[in-house]
Design a protein around this ligand. Structure first.
Ligand SMILES: [Ca+2]
Ligand SMILES: [Ca+2]
Length: 211
């Protein structure tokens, strides 16, 4: 169940007709992140026995350490999203058909997982942080995005337009596309200095002011 104010905000965002004209940015939503986590938990478990470092009788924690150690190629005791992705790629966990698309989404979701794990905020996971989020009992966070200038909150997956950019709320943050208003500009050399121009005189700007 969601709060009434949140519901109203969501409804307003849903009915925003201009939102349809904008391509939404790629983003890893909480649901994607959590599904990837579950996939990885079972993959780590199933694939441990096939690894060169595997010793029969290893505990779950030791198996996770084996994966972590192998993924941490620069041996700085930390795993970031790129090391994680490279480790998964080497172990052929990809559907080759959709490799490119998978690569992009995987990296976004691995980054979201690292962020979820990274309690000391150094941008990567140490083994304790990694082990914690790969634990059966770990409950992934649920976050909302604040809507600037209001007390309203947007739920994961909500869409909105912000300064000519299409944004989606993903894992507690607004992820935005490029500024689409700039694309309509002709040669930028011909534009007068924007700082000195009165926005009211520019028909393009007038049209867009309601954002
Ligand atoms: Ca590392
Ligand atoms: Ca960390």
């Amino acid at each position: 169940m969601i709060a009434r104010q949140e519901f109203i905000t969501q409804l307003a965002l849903l009915n925003d007709p201009s939102a349809n004209n904008y391509p939404l940015p790629d983003a890893c939503f909480e649901n994607d992140r959590n599904r990837l986590r579950e996939f990885l938990m079972s993959w780590f478990l199933l694939s441990a026995k096939k690894q060169s470092w595997y010793i029969p009788g290893m505990s779950r924690g030791e198996e996770l350490w084996g994966h972590f150690y192998s993924a941490d190629v620069d041996r700085d005791q930390g795993m970031d999203a790129r090391e994680w992705q490279e480790y998964l790629r080497k172990n052929k966990t990809y559907n080759v058909k959709h490799q490119k698309e998978t690569d992009k989404m995987r990296l976004l979701c691995l980054s979201a997982l690292v962020e979820e794990a990274d309690r000391d905020g150094n941008g990567q996971m140490d083994f304790a942080e990694f082990r914690r989020i790969m634990g059966e009992r770990f409950a992934p966070s649920r976050k909302v995005c604040s809507v600037a200038g209001t007390a309203a909150k947007a739920a994961d997956g909500a869409e909105r337009l912000l300064d000519c950019r299409a944004c989606v709320c993903a894992c507690g943050k607004w992820v935005c596309s490029e500024d689409t208003c700039d694309e309509d500009d002709a040669d930028p050399e011909d534009d007068p200095d924007e700082d000195e121009e009165d926005p009211e005189d520019d028909p393009d700007v007038q049209d867009l002011r309601w954002f």
